[in-house]
Design a protein around this ligand. Structure first.
Ligand SMILES: [Zn+2]
Ligand SMILES: [Zn+2]
Length: 347
């Protein structure tokens, strides 16, 4: 009796359809085995990538984040699958993200973009610290966290962050006029100049020449300026160079919100590639010839003078055309250049 029941069980088991107990690993292996079938090439490619070790995929994604030419290239990789999303948001990948990957446009600004930049900051990306610091300080009005992010980037030897901190210290941005710290501004400038930031070197040269925040040393200041001019003449510094993405962001941000500055009677830096706004009334310097343009720094003023304002400054043009009537300015090279003719607005 027992033998018959066991036989019946065996027959029933053989006739019932077996539920395939296939793990993900086996299914992938079987695709490799049946490589002669239809669409076998696609399956092999997919499975090959599936079997790649995480370290190798991380290396590829890190290379992508450091060399991608636009944010969408990196975002597409994040959206492709769960594994990529997880690996793309890890510290080794985010810490190497390039400026172009982080270049969020003002019209696309959102909480998600803010979080992405913040994740990059937490991963130790100095470009992200600089960019989010500038956006928070100037655009979102969050001065404390903005300046702390800039300080973090500066501690990571980010030259632009050091120069931006110098401008903030020179202008007393985010505070009153009394909170200007010229010595700190000169120190930040000197550090940024030592890292190869030429606008910082120009600013430092003028400070030395004028004794602004540092003991006057005309010869040393002139050497710094000659070094900058040499680089401009030899083409290492191009005046038509594309501005940094965060400067473009700030210019677009305030262009989309014209009332944000007007209601407080604040002005943007007149240099097209800067985008820094005033944080209080009459913070920036103005052109002493025409009084219609404002600059956050001498570097911005010198750049704008060479490209645009030299031809537009009415008083400057008159003095250039009639040197006999205005000999002093003509001998000085036209006025307005390199901060020579720019004076601080009366507060
Ligand atoms: Zn500026
Ligand atoms: Zn002018």
């Amino acid at each position: 009796m027992e033998r018959r029941t066991s036989q019946r069980r065996k027959v029933a088991a053989s006739t019932q359809p077996k539920t395939p107990r296939v793990t993900r690993k086996r299914r992938r292996c079987s695709a490799l085995d049946h490589s002669t079938g239809e669409n076998a090439g696609d399956e092999i490619a997919g499975d090959f990538f599936y079997w790649m070790h995480d370290d190798l995929v991380l290396t590829i994604l890190s290379k992508l984040s450091s060399t991608a030419s636009r944010p969408s290239d990196f975002i597409n990789a994040i959206l492709s699958c769960k594994r990529f999303r997880f690996l793309c948001l890890t510290k080794p990948v985010l810490s190497r993200a390039s400026v172009r990957v982080l270049a969020v446009k003002a019209k696309n600004w959102s909480d998600s973009a803010h979080r992405f930049l913040w994740c990059c900051c937490m991963a130790g990306n100095m470009h992200a610290c600089y960019m989010l610091g500038m956006i928070r300080f100037y655009c979102l009005g969050n001065r404390l966290t903005g300046i702390s992010l800039l300080a973090k980037a500066a501690m990571g030897f980010h030259a632009r962050a050091l120069y931006s901190l110098a401008i903030i210290q020179f202008n007393g941005s985010g505070g009153s006029k009394r909170q200007k710290d010229l010595q700190a501004g000169v120190a930040f400038c000197a550090r940024a100049a030592s890292l190869g930031h030429l606008n910082a070197l120009r600013e430092f040269g003028h400070c030395l020449q004028d004794g602004y925040g540092v003991r006057q040393n005309i010869l040393q200041g002139r050497r710094c300026l000659i070094h900058v001019y040499y680089n401009e003449i030899t083409g290492e510094v191009r005046t038509d160079k594309e501005p940094h993405p965060v400067n473009v962001f700030m210019a677009d941000w305030f262009a989309q919100r014209p009332g944000a500055l007007e209601k407080e009677d604040l002005r943007l830096c007149s240099n097209k590639g800067c985008g820094r706004p005033e944080t209080r009334m009459y913070e920036f310097r103005r052109c002493s010839l025409c009084g219609t343009v404002n600059y956050c720094s001498r570097a911005c003023q010198a750049m704008d003078w060479k490209i645009f304002h030299k031809m537009r400054c009415t008083a400057g043009l008159l003095r250039l055309r009639f040197p006999a009537v205005f000999p002093a300015v003509a001998a000085a090279g036209g006025g307005g250049g390199d901060g020579g003719a720019v004076e601080e607005a009366a507060v």
